[in-house]
Design a protein around this ligand. Structure first.
Ligand code: UDX
Length: 476
């Protein structure tokens, strides 16, 4: 509790600096971690880029929500370019911007923090997004620990850490086009991992591919962090968390789903949206039958071509299911807006919004299925809500997430990169009609397990308590 720190000398007060990659899926989970650490009584500084901070303040109650914590403050860093319409470029551009802009500003902030110690307790621990591994060198320079927070699953992180092994076993880069070839050298995944299930950055044609280089460099650099925080659930991902800890000789705190852990400690939802949320869809959902609606959303980065959009649209309409579809205005390659005839026809069959209150949507009783791109936050939210998934992974960690949903947890179907209307129709019917009871039962079972692991005595609850203790006593 908070009183424990009041007795401590001001210089000893644990003061955490949190730095997410400036992207929705990363800001979401790390802001929830910030709120959890505030509730535990720690001093927290949350670093966002200027633009993302303005969006957060504009579209959520973040400014009021956080001002009630005396030991919380936002600080902002300069913006970096991110061209969403070209995700491959996005990665390269983002990392160039991080080195050029974010790194010097981050270091500057730590230096000035030391000089103004009487205003705010100097930082005693950095919790940085695992892809911002430059903070490790800066942490060493200031003699403080650096904890790497991964916004992806333990399985995906473990696959990244196995890159040297994959190369040594001649599995990377792919020698031919057989994507169904089994991958047997990633410990713990021997029985179900195929080439096509590896994170997309590893499915490169040659090893010099920049995205494979970035992932390899970031993951191996992050190995020298003092500890790791995983937004995941031990019971769902064992033995990956312990493999990671063993390989890195460091502590691993598996404390997810952060959304569920946070709502188990406070009764209101905590929006982290960087876009305007259209809540009208909740009223539309109220008018729908129990577990009858297909919710469609591909996260904040994935884009589709106009052709793919039509395949999805006809497949979903021909499935006969009412649907709630998130159509981010920037999500169709080459188009500035949704085709008009699509908008009109959709009105009768479903509801379309630019951006939904997704966590509330997934918890709504009329949701019977979730057509998702398998982003890790969306996957955790569906697991927590017990919503069966139809997975259309786009890039990054999504390929391995979709494989786990289908082949390991058996709470949905993995479409992979297929996008053809008759297959889409058949898989929607499979998920929400033919095998509905099977998927509802397995999803409900896992949702109950998740609920218990974030309640007192559960694995994530206990690991979070241990994290707060260790940060406070610096015994990382
Ligand atoms: C990115 C990567 O794509 C993903 O693979 C990685 O795991 C995290 O970073 P993103 O693509 O945005 O994330 O997907 P996801 O991880 O699912 O995060 C999206 C977040 O936006 C979720 O928390 C979801 O609840 C929220 N969301 C999405 C909304 O609030 N409204 C929407 O309409 C859609």
């Amino acid at each position: 509790g908070i009183d424990r720190f009041n007795k401590m000398e001001p210089k000893q007060v644990p003061s955490v600096l949190i730095l997410p990659l400036p992207a929705q899926g990363h800001v979401s989970s790390m802001l929830k971690l910030a709120e959890l650490l505030c509730l535990a009584g720690l001093h927290v500084t949350f670093l966002n880029t200027e633009q993302n901070h303005q969006r957060l303040v504009k579209f959520t109650d973040a400014s009021s929500r956080f001002t009630k914590f005396p030991a919380f403050r936002f600080e902002t860093l300069p913006d970096i370019p991110s061209d969403i319409q070209n995700p491959e470029n996005l990665i390269k551009e983002m990392f160039a911007g991080i080195d050029r802009v974010i790194k010097p500003a981050f270091r500057e902030l730590l230096i000035s923090g030391r000089e103004k110690a009487e205003e705010w307790p100097p930082v005693t621990c950095i919790i940085a997004d695992g892809v911002m591994s430059f903070t490790i060198d800066v942490a060493k320079e200031f003699g403080i620990p650096n904890i790497a927070f991964r916004t992806i699953s333990a399985a995906c992180f473990w696959a990244y850490l196995c890159i040297p092994k994959l190369i040594q076993e001649d599995e990377l880069p792919f020698k031919d086009g057989d994507l169904n070839k089994q991958i047997t050298c990633v410990p713990g995944m021997e029985s179900f991992l195929r080439r096509r299930d590896l994170p997309s950055f590893l499915q490169a044609k040659e090893f010099s591919d920049p995205s494979i280089q970035i992932v390899h460099t970031q993951s191996s650099k992050s190995m020298s962090s003092s500890a790791f925080i995983l937004n995941s659930i031990e019971e769902l991902e064992n033995p990956m968390p312990s493999h990671i800890g063993t390989l890195a000789c460091a502590k691993v705190y598996t404390i997810g789903p952060l959304s569920a852990l946070l709502s188990s400690k406070k009764n209101t939802t905590s929006s982290t949206s960087l876009r305007a949320v259209d809540k009208s869809c909740l009223t539309w959902l109220d008018s729908q039958q129990l577990k009858s609606v297909l919710y469609v959303s591909f996260g904040s980065i994935a884009v589709v071509t106009a052709e793919q959009l039509l395949e999805f649209w006809y497949g979903i309409v021909n499935s006969g299911k009412p649907f709630l579809w998130v159509m981010r205005p920037d999500s169709i390659i080459g188009e500035r807006q949704i085709p008009e005839e699509l908008m009109l026809a959709t009105k009768e069959r479903g509801c379309m919004v630019d951006w939904s209150p997704q966590e509330e949507v997934l918890e709504h009783s009329s949701i019977g299925g979730f057509l998702t791109h398998s982003g890790w936050n969306s996957t955790l939210e569906a697991i927590t809500a017990g919503a069966p998934m139809l997975c259309w992974p786009y890039f990054a960690d999504q390929q391995i997430n979709s494989r786990y949903v289908d082949a390991v947890w058996k709470i949905g179907l993995d479409m992979k990169d297929m996008c053809e209307r008759s297959i889409i129709e058949r898989m929607v019917r499979d998920l929400m009609e033919d095998r509905k009871d099977e998927f509802m039962k397995s999803s409900e079972k896992i949702a109950n397990m998740v609920r218990s692991c974030v309640e007192e005595g559960g694995s994530s609850y206990r690991n979070f308590e241990r994290l707060v203790e260790d940060i406070s006593s610096m015994s990382l």
